[in-house]
Design a protein around this ligand. Structure first.
Ligand code: SF4
Ligand code: SF4
Length: 213
C-alpha cells in the first residue's frame, strides 16, 4: 500500500506495461522436510488428479451430470449468478476521468492488503485535487470480500458479475491495472446514473436538520 504524499504532476501518464519489483509476501509458505523431498507431494497430487479423472470418466460414460467442465480460459461460463462479484471496476465521471479521489480508504480496509494506489495532485481541479496515478489490485491474494466497495465514499469502485482474464502461471502477473478497471461508462448505465440523484430527506431528518441549524 502506498501512503506517499501526492506529487505535483497534474497530468502524469497512466501506467501501461511497467513491471514492478518482486514483492516479499508476509505469508510466504515455509515447507516441511516432507514437502521439500518433492516426490511424495508430486505423487499425492497425481493421486488426486487420477481420482478426479476416473470419477469424471465414470460420470461421462454413464451420462451423469458433472463430468463436463468449462475449458477456462478459452471458454468462459455464461451462467454466473447475478450476485456474483468477481471483478472490480473503477467508475468514471462523464468526462472519462476516474471518480476515485485517491483517499486510500479501500486500501486501508482491505483485509488482504492487495490494493496499491499512487496519488497525484491537480491544483487546477479544486473539486477533486487528488486523483489516482496508479491503482492496482493483486488478484492472486484478493478474497473478493467487497469491503473496498463498501468503504469507498465516492462510489468509485464496484464489483461486477465477471472474472478478469488474468490467467498466468506466475502470480506476480495477476495484478489488475487501472486501465483494465476503468471500463464503466456512466452514460450507458441506466441503473445507476452519475451524478446520483439526491435522495429526499425523511420527515424526521428534515426536523433534525432544522433543529441543528
Ligand atoms: S474485495 Fe476484499 S480482498 Fe479484494 S480488494 Fe476488495 S477489500 Fe481487498
Ligand atoms: S476507490 Fe474509493 S475508497 Fe478507494 S481510494 Fe478511490 S475514492 Fe478512496
Amino acid at each position: 500500500m502506498d501512503n506517499e504524499q501526492p506529487t505535483s504532476t497534474p497530468s502524469a501518464p497512466r501506467r501501461s506495461a511497467v513491471r514492478y519489483a518482486r514483492k516479499q509476501y508476509w505469508n510466504e509458505p515455509e515447507m516441511t522436510w516432507y514437502e521439500r523431498a518433492y516426490l511424495p507431494e508430486v505423487l499425492k497430487g497425481l493421486a488426486i488428479t487420477t481420482g478426479v479423472f476416473l470419477r469424471n470418466m465414470g460420470k461421462w460414460l454413464t451420462g451423469r451430470r458433472g463430468a463436463v467442465t468449462t475449458y477456462y480460459p478459452e471458454e468462459r461460463r455464461a451462467d454466473f449468478a447475478p450476485r456474483n462479484r468477481g471483478k472490480h471496476i473503477l467508475t468514471q465521471r462523464p468526462d472519462g476521468s476516474p471518480q476515485c479521489i485517491a483517499c486510500n480508504m479501500c486500501a486501508t480496509v482491505c483485509p488482504a492488503k492487495v490494493i496499491e494506489i499512487e496519488s497525484g495532485f491537480d491544483p487546477n481541479d479544486p473539486a477533486h485535487p487528488k486523483y489516482p496515478v496508479r491503482f492496482e489490485i493483486d488478484y492472486s491474494r484478493c478474497v473478493f470480500c467487497g469491503l473496498c466497495v463498501e468503504a469507498c465514499p465516492e462510489d468509485a469502485i464496484r464489483m461486477q458479475a465477471d472474472v478478469p482474464g488474468l490467467v498466468s502461471d506466475d502470480r506476480y502477473n495477476m495484478w489488475l491495472t487501472m486501465d483494465e478497471m476503468l471500463t464503466w461508462k456512466p452514460q450507458q448505465d441506466v441503473a445507476k446514473p452519475y451524478p446520483p440523484k439526491p435522495v429526499p430527506l425523511t420527515r424526521g431528518e428534515s426536523a433534525r436538520r432544522g433543529r441543528d441549524q
